[in-house]
Design a protein around this ligand. Structure first.
Ligand code: 13P
Length: 248
């Protein structure tokens, strides 16, 4: 079965309700003919306004995190029920910025992922090595741990999306080459095959993320194992539509 490409933006801690609405209004006509799935993962407080702004378009609104408890004393966190109330489908889990600055670990990624799946949200689980890990030849070892611990207990891997985001490529303008991204994503797919079976692994959408933009998207998307992109900086501009329309 062919995998449907999936281009998602990650606004991180950018935009306001005003600028977000303006951008979505600009994007709407530009992505009308898109053949891929499209999402924008926005700051939690902007979700209601952006859901309203994107209504009737191809753009689905996603979140950037979800907690692993149904509710409770977890100041600053957001629950699956809160997201679902607004029709949110996608949620980024384990972004490297959360791992780096907010104490996210493979274990908490695992809890969030299982809880999101239980609640019929589609997790976009982020994995990726740092520059020193790549330079020390540890990329595969790091990815193996992130995948085995992060996805431990998952029963249907086809219900989630993996985003391979090499940390050294995020926000640096230094994109992985098409070959580097393909080779590493192939490794990720093979690893999923060992854990969940080849047939299931072949159905998992795996995105590339890290300085992906309107210029380099075509080359990356042409790789056989790359099914989409998780776009940071370039999702804050109408340029995002060029990435969505990579096949035009
Ligand atoms: P940039 O596209 O800004 O490098 O960010 C990538 C990213 O982290 C998406 O989650």
């Amino acid at each position: 079965m062919a995998r449907k490409p999936f281009i998602a933006g990650n606004w991180k801690m950018n935009m306001t309700a005003e600028s977000g609405k303006e951008l979505i209004a600009q994007l709407k006509p530009l992505v009308k003919e898109a053949k891929c799935n499209v999402a924008l993962c926005v700051p939690a407080i902007l979700i209601p306004a952006m859901v309203k702004a994107a209504k009737g378009s191809k753009i689905k609104i996603g979140a950037q995190n979800v907690h692993f408890a149904k509710s409770g004393a977890y100041t600053g966190e957001i629950s699956a029920d809160m997201l679902k109330e607004y029709g949110v489908k996608y949620v980024i889990i384990g972004h490297s910025e959360r791992r780096q600055y907010f104490g996210e670990t493979d274990e908490t990624v695992n809890k969030r992922t299982l809880f999101a799946l239980e609640n019929e949200l589609t997790p976009i689980v982020c994995v990726g090595e740092t520059l020193s890990e790549r330079e020390n030849g540890e990329t595969e070892k790091v990815l193996l741990k992130q995948l085995t611990v992060g996805l431990n207990g998952v029963t249907d891997v086809t219900k989630l999306v993996i985003a391979y985001e090499p940390v050294w490529a995020i926000g640096t303008g230094k994109t992985a080459t098409d070959e580097q991204a393909q080779e590493t994503i192939k490794y990720i797919r093979n690893t999923l095959g060992k854990i969940f079976g080849v047939k299931n692994a072949n159905r998992v959408i795996i995105q590339y993320g890290g300085s992906m933009n309107a210029q380099n998207c075509k080359g990356l998307m042409a790789q056989p194992d790359i099914d989409g992109g998780l776009i940071g900086g370039a999702s804050l501009k109408p340029d995002f539509a060029t990435i969505v329309n990579f096949d035009k």
